[in-house]
Design a protein around this ligand. Structure first.
Ligand SMILES: NC(=O)c1ccc[n+]([C@@H]2O[C@H](COP(=O)([O-])OP(=O)(O)OC[C@H]3O[C@@H](n4cnc5c(N)ncnc54)[C@H](OP(=O)(O)O)[C@@H]3O)[C@@H](O)[C@H]2O)c1
Length: 256
């Protein structure tokens, strides 16, 4: 982000899924812009690695979004707010993927995929939007996927989870606007992270040139998405809510 300088001094954000990939990069970019960030995920070691770069600005909290109920979010957010004041926004990137072809899917995996991307996100936003934690005009960014727009073959659970995220954003924008809060989603295309590395190992279809040909700007890196997230969190996006931003290297345009 050489052309645009975000200034988030004296602002507080929570990033869920901060131990890896895009969430990690967003956490570091927010701290670079001066914000206090609460970095949440399960893997403590990787969270501490992230914290090392900005020990005065990044705090870490281990939490499994599949298990975290309202009381857990109350504890985690309550402690952060007590230290730094109300929160100006949050980013939810936690997600897992996996093959769930209709003819042979694992019920438990399908539910975990939906629970991680969708229900975990619902509980996070429910906690964050409470008056006692949210500063006026808070901004939330949650992660959908291009999969929700075209449907990943053999991945109905992942596609449905991300479709549900898009619908949640539209409905919830209308509910939280009373406090001038905003919520938007990002739909990334193929970004090189742990998730895509793992996915490529198990699904030979997505490694074919045919898929990558759609990326007229090439495939992405976490920094190609982070700037869009910081923009949506910033005052520059104060009139934007209930929408989805495709950050996909032009992959949905088609090659014809
Ligand atoms: N990479 C892509 O090409 C791509 C494309 C479209 C959409 N997306 C979406 O973008 C988001 C970020 O993906 P990424 O590629 O950056 O993935 P990633 O590198 O695998 O990171 C996923 C993050 O989610 C956290 N997480 C997973 N399950 C969790 C749980 N139960 N509780 C708490 N945290 C959990 C992981 O942390 P721990 O393991 O430490 O818990 C990790 O920090 C995901 O929602 C993904 O679906 C990715």
């Amino acid at each position: 982000m050489k052309d645009v300088k975000f200034q988030f001094e004296n602002k507080n954000f929570v990033v869920v899924g901060a131990s890896s990939g895009m969430g990690r990069h967003i956490t570091l970019d927010l701290a670079r812009a001066g914000a206090h960030v609460l970095a949440v995920a399960r893997n403590e070691e990787r969270l501490q690695e992230v914290q090392k770069s900005f020990p005065d600005l990044i705090e870490v909290q281990t939490l499994d979004v599949l298990e975290a109920g309202p009381e857990d979010w109350d504890r985690v957010l309550g402690e952060f707010v007590e230290k730094h004041g109300k929160v100006n926004g949050g980013v939810y990137t936690a997600g897992i993927t996996g093959m769930t072809a209709l003819r042979m899917y694992d019920d438990d995996l399908a539910h975990r995929i939906l629970d991680t991307s969708f229900w975990g996100m619902v509980r996070f936003i429910q906690g964050m939007a409470k008056k006692k934690y949210a500063a006026k005009g808070s901004s939330y960014v949650v992660f959908a996927s291009t999969a929700a727009h075209y449907g990943n073959r053999g991945q109905f659970a992942y596609t449905a989870a991300k479709g549900a995220v898009l619908s949640f954003v539209r409905a919830t924008a209308k509910e939280i606007c009373r406090s001038q809060h905003r919520i938007n989603s990002i739909s990334p295309g193929w970004v090189e992270t742990n998730m895509t590395q793992e996915a490529a190992k198990v699904d030979s279809i997505i490694q074919t040139e045919h898929v990558f040909q759609r990326y007229i700007l090439g495939t992405g890196q976490p920094e190609d998405v982070s700037g869009a997230v910081l923009f949506l969190l910033s005052d520059a996006a104060r009139w934007i809510t209930g929408t989805d931003l495709l950050v996909d290297g032009g992959s949905l345009l088609g090659t014809d």
